[in-house]
Design a protein. Structure first.
Length: 108
């Protein structure tokens, strides 16, 4: 691929990535949202993250499994408890990584 094609591809990807983000901001910046809409929008990132994570936590291959061999499911439990108690993203990530690392170390 030549440099011009690569540059135009990157530029096109940037445009289609940022237009859906900037369009709502520019249209809604001069308006105040009703409290119900504002409260609803606060939960969108959590819902999207949960929808992306949940299948990878409970699926192994193409099967739902809650057995002892599903390390990520069992690591998610203390991670969720830390997240609920501390409300700390950093703490939750650290606990999740530590549980997985220790379990992998112990299991060999």
């Amino acid at each position: 691929m030549d440099q011009k094609t690569i540059f135009l591809t990157i530029l096109g990807m940037a445009v289609v990535t940022y237009i859906p983000r900037l369009l709502p901001v520019s249209l809604l910046s001069s308006r105040s949202l009703p409290p119900l809409i504002f409260d609803w929008l606060r939960y969108v990132p959590v819902a999207v993250l949960s929808a992306m994570l949940f299948p990878s936590i409970i699926l192994q291959g193409h099967q739902v499994t809650f057995g002892l061999d599903n390390l990520f499911f069992w690591a998610a439990i203390p991670t969720l408890l830390v997240a609920l108690k501390t409300r700390s993203l950093f703490g939750s990530v650290v606990v999740g990584m530590m549980v997985v690392a220790v379990a992998r170390y112990i299991s060999g």
